[in-house]
Write a protein that binds this ligand. Sequence first.
Ligand SMILES: [Mg+2]
Length: 419
Amino acid sequence: MSSPISRVAKVELFHVAIPLPATFRPAWIPGMPSNENRFTLVRVTTDEGVEGYSAGPAIGRERAGLGDLLGPYLLGEDATDIALIQQRLREISYLGWRNWWIEPAFWDIKGKIEGKPVYELLGGAACSVRLYASTGEVKEPEARIEEAEARYAEGFSTVKLRVHDFDEAIDIRQVTATAQAVGNRMKIAVDANQGWRVTIVGDSPLWDLERAKRFADACADVGVVWIEEPIAMDAYENLSSLTEYSRVPIAGGELNSSGLPELKTMIERRCYDIFQPDAVFTGGIAQTWQVIQLLQKHDLSYAPHTWTNGIGFAVNLQLFAASGFAETRELEYPLAPPGWTVAARDGILEDPFDHNHGVLETPTSPGLGFTIDRKALARWGKRFSIMDRKRLIWFSLRHRGINASKEIDRARRQRMGRA
Ligand SMILES: [Mg+2]
């Protein structure tokens, strides 16, 4: 006998703001002091009470109206039908945002119902994942070397630096000084964060192909292992040229939010050597999984971006573990103390994703592999939207009146075979 369908009964949105122990100044938003780890948390609950979670980065409650959309689009649907959920999120995007960050919540539900971690649903098995230390701030060479040394002492063998200066000589000095100091013990990667340039607070340098080539040459001379986002994420032609030219592998693709169709084209054009799709942005787990298959076919590499929050890290950890690339590559581990710490990054998770000498064992619990700490959620989170069957009926009556509401209800029941 087939099991009954697990229907979406409730969708809730929370604004979560976890205080950081010290001010963090992300390289990618010059001039912006950050004192909180902020995101929108979605909780999807099925008729049987199975809960799935996911999260998307946020400033405030900019998604305040999203619940009005999610209610009519998702309530009553089969929570384990990922293709259908993908279809719904695509339909919603017509009205504005790309909401791929919501999709992993349904994998969380699917895994919990089947009693399997998501990497097993994808055909993978539990494994050890090696991590690289991903720094977040631009620093003077001295402070940078101190930071790299600290990560080395903790057991990391690769560190990713950030450069963001108007003077390219300063960027290059930053890399060469670090390489001279720790290059014999650590691998060094560099992120220019040019993929999605932000100038809302301070100004930010704008790299062109020529600057990127000069930087790649300097990096090649000191053995840098990859250069990340050296030019705009949609400068497809220039990315292909740079990747062909550079002796250092070029990486990127974390925010290409058109998902599979866009990344497929970028793979075919060989825009990067190492693709870094973050499932929270690049089409959810389902599309990103297909991107990974294409990368294998084209003999290109995969090392996902994970820097949003602890839940975003968990989502990409599942994909990375299932991909097979964990055998040869390291996963991004966002860590920039004293501001961006594991405790603040994973602040609403019962078991933070701590590392052991730069290694993490994949979680064995079903779904996305974390449990929400309800006390922490109550403390740092505030629910701003709730949609369930009853509320949806009121919503419909208020906005469409009784006749249209009845007609809509009949048509939906018919489609779902529940007439
Ligand atoms: Mg990056």
